[in-house]
Design a protein around this ligand. Structure first.
Ligand code: ACO
Length: 441
């Protein structure tokens, strides 16, 4: 923790600092500023008496608190910029593969051909899951949500790899990362086959990451599955776009759980649970339900009026960070046209396009800087490719596993990090004596 004092003028000249005066005591403090932030723990010295715990910052929902230093993903929400390790998302989406991006997120640099081949080889040869896991998935009800199945089965994997608890061992960390990247698509595909009542399709390790996944989901009686090149590329792009998004709700969950030094399977299961929520990964599912509810272009104005009157939200609009067009939404909108060229135009896409236009011109949305986010169009693409609505978050989760793992390892290697433990402002009763309301027997 940095020392501050009321008198050390030379220190104040050298280091930029926030000068704070406390009207309760008349004392003033200078709090060093680094990277545009003060350390919240520096506030602790601001006290009214020796037995005062010291000043805290109060920030429900982390609206203005940096929980970490991170070199993985950069976002400038006002300018609509998203970069992984410095590379613009637009360039990665156009030219990279998802596994290349997963490598980049973890290692910080793009792989050489040799590094890439080993990475892909290792992931490919860990795609199978233990047969007991397959049976475990068979125990779910026919109408189970595939996100619940994925979340539970990833948590269950922790019990299959007890050595994954050796998180301080880089070799164990590597194999856990490989296992998670390899097995999450397998578990995701098995979950969907289960709810559809279809026999599971085992991984085909001759295929690429995306094509193997499509094969496990869609293959029927054909001896070898060959995905449509447009679908294959669309899935690759969608996985790249969703691979990381710095400190959002689910990444924060992974980091908070990871900070307890639990194994990565358990930490990623926590991220999956957070992603399941309708305000986070569940939004693309909600967008489609909303469009289906609107039903026809003529109903859009009435629907928008209801949103403005506070009766629900325009799902797929707004973002905690982007107060400008989400750069991923632009790429996804173009992708929509590519996919619909293959599958044929859809009335729901027409509703979405018109809804977007109406909202972008409406004062309510302009004033609040509400623009389409990545989820506004992804659901339409996924559905056109044949994925059911309740599966969209699972697709998001496959992608985000890459980001969560990079963030988890960054946390473990960060000397400043400890177990995550927020403080609170207690608002309950003062001490009171226990008087039972129950009848004693
Ligand atoms: N439709 C209508 N009004 C909205 C919407 C929306 N989608 N989003 C925000 N607003 C309004 C709020 O009601 C609020 O209005 P007020 O100032 O009159 O009270 C104002 O805009 C500011 O909104 P906040 O809730 O403060 O924004 P916040 O940053 O907390 O929320 C969030 C961001 C959760 C994404 C929100 O915009 C939302 O719920 N959007 C719809 C769900 C969605 O699409 N989520 C996906 C996010 S992207 C992702 O997770 C991958």
């Amino acid at each position: 923790m940095s020392k501050t004092s009321t008198t050390d003028a030379s220190a104040a000249e050298k280091t930029p600092a926030l000068e704070v005066s406390d009207s309760r005591t008349g004392k003033s403090y200078h709090l060093p500023i680094a990277d545009g932030a003060i350390r919240a723990s520096d506030l602790k010295q601001i006290k009214t008496s020796d037995d005062d715990f010291g000043m805290m910052s109060y920030d429900p929902a982390f609206l203005n608190t940096a929980s970490t230093r991170s070199a993985i993903t950069f976002i400038d929400g006002d300018k609509g910029i998203l970069r992984y390790r410095g590379y613009p998302i637009e360039q990665l989406a156009e030219r990279a593969t998802f596994l290349e991006v997963a490598y980049l997120l973890r290692k910080g640099e793009l792989p050489t051909q040799q590094e890439y081949d080993k990475w892909v080889h290792d992931i490919t040869y860990h795609t199978y899951v233990h047969e007991n896991i397959r049976q475990f998935l068979g125990g779910f009800r026919y109408d189970a949500h595939p996100m619940s199945m994925l979340c539970s089965s990833v948590a269950a994997l922790s019990s299959f790899y007890p050595q994954a608890r050796q998180i301080e061992n880089p070799d164990q960390r590597y194999v856990s990362v490989i296992r998670l990247l390899a097995k999450v698509p397998t578990l995701a595909a098995f979950s969907l086959r289960h709810v559809r009542g279809l026999p599971i399709v085992y991984p085909d390790n001759d295929l690429s990451y995306t094509e193997n996944f499509l094969s496990m989901v869609f293959r029927m009686s054909e001896p070898k599955y060959h995905a449509s090149p447009v679908f294959k590329r669309a899935l690759e792009i969608l996985l790249i776009l969703h691979a990381d998004h710095e400190q959002n709700a689910s990444t924060n969950a992974v980091r908070a759980i990871g900070s307890t030094q639990v194994d990565p399977f358990s930490a990623i299961a926590g991220g999956l649970a957070a992603l399941f929520g309708p305000l986070h990964g569940g939004a693309n599912e909600q967008v489609l339900r909303m469009i289906e509810e609107i039903g026809h272009r003529k109903n859009i104005p009435a629907f928008v009026d209801e949103v403005k009157a506070g009766k629900g939200k325009l799902m797929g609009f707004g973002h905690r960070v982007y107060k400008n067009y989400d750069p991923r939404a632009k790429i996804v909108k173009q992708l929509c046209y590519d996919v619909f060229e293959v599958t044929g135009m859809d009335k729901d896409l027409e509703i979405a396009l018109e809804l977007e236009q109406i909202a972008l011109k409406d004062e309510y949305f302009i004033q609040r800087k509400l623009y389409p986010n990545v989820d506004f169009y992804t659901g339409l693409i996924y559905r056109a490719m044949g994925f059911p609505t309740e599966y969209f978050t699972v697709l998001f989760a496959i992608a985000r596993t890459a980001g969560w793992l990079a963030q988890w390892e960054e946390l473990l290697l960060d000397k400043e990090q400890k177990i995550a433990r927020p403080r609170q402002i207690y608002t309950g009763h003062d001490e009171r004596a226990y008087t039972s309301q129950l009848k004693r027997k």
